[in-house]
Design a protein. Structure first.
Length: 97
């Protein structure tokens, strides 16, 4: 899940998928399908309207598991004048019968 707490457009590239998250919006994306584990390249960017270009926040490779869920929150870091993000992983709890 991606939560954009900024006034800017956030762009996410997760493997071959391109995901946009508008200002103040949430996007839920599940790249696992039927797989239990997948390793994918990921890139976070934001759109700088003044320069009319996408600016890189970070890029990496992530391992995703069917037993957990990830929440990424994008916010504006006024100390450095840039978009920052926090990422949290939660275990997937089994439903009661």
């Amino acid at each position: 899940m991606f939560l954009n707490m900024t006034t800017l457009k956030i762009g996410i590239e997760l493997g071959s998928a391109k995901i946009g998250v508008g200002p103040g919006q949430v996007n839920i994306h599940n790249p696992l399908g039927s797989a239990k584990t997948v390793s994918l390249p990921i890139k976070f960017s934001y759109y700088d309207a003044a320069k009319e270009e996408w600016r890189l926040i970070t890029a990496s490779t992530v391992a995703l598991y069917s037993t957990s869920r990830e929440l990424c929150i994008f916010n504006w870091d006024s100390r450095f004048g840039r978009v920052d993000y926090e990422s949290m992983t939660f275990p997937l709890l089994e439903s009661a019968p």
